[in-house]
Write a protein of this length. Structure first.
Length: 150
């Protein structure tokens, strides 16, 4: 699947005749809902009551997919005042990332956006720092086990 963001509206051209994008290219927020994009601290990520809320794509999305942003980046924060790799190691750690996926999944399943669903994508900084690969493998394995039980 190929998704695009911040480009032309692929749905219809100016004459109302056809798509401006190649076949198979989909506008990201038509299918995805996601959490806030900017978090100024690790503590902001820990506040799952706020950080797991859908703030992007909620009004224009069918909500088929749910993406969780799991990084500290803020347009108001001084990017050079923090050690971004150390922060990535903290939020990409097994316990932190597993807890965040589980709590965000529970929120989306109970919330007004989908009624049911799960985390399909987790966006991170520095995927090679921390335990994100293990987190994703375990999450996907648990999803498979859940599907077998249904």
């Amino acid at each position: 699947m190929v998704f695009h963001l911040n480009g032309p509206d692929c749905q219809i051209d100016e004459e109302g005749e056809g798509s401006l994008c190649p076949d198979g290219m989909h506008y990201y927020f038509e299918y995805f809902q996601e959490t806030e994009f900017e978090f100024d601290s690790v503590d902001a990520l820990k506040d799952v009551g706020t950080s797991c809320l859908v703030t992007r794509g909620a009004t224009s999305s069918t909500g088929v997919f749910f993406a969780v942003n799991n990084f500290v980046t803020s347009s108001t924060a001084d990017a050079f005042s923090t050690d971004v790799e150390a922060t990535a190691a903290e939020v990409n750690a097994l316990d932190f990332a597993n807890r965040r996926i589980k709590k965000c999944a529970a929120l989306i399943q109970e919330g007004p956006y989908r009624g049911e669903g799960d985390v399909n994508v987790m966006y991170v900084d520095y995927w090679s720092i921390g335990d994100i690969v293990q987190v994703v493998q375990e999450h996907n394995q648990n999803l498979g086990l859940y599907s077998e039980r249904r």
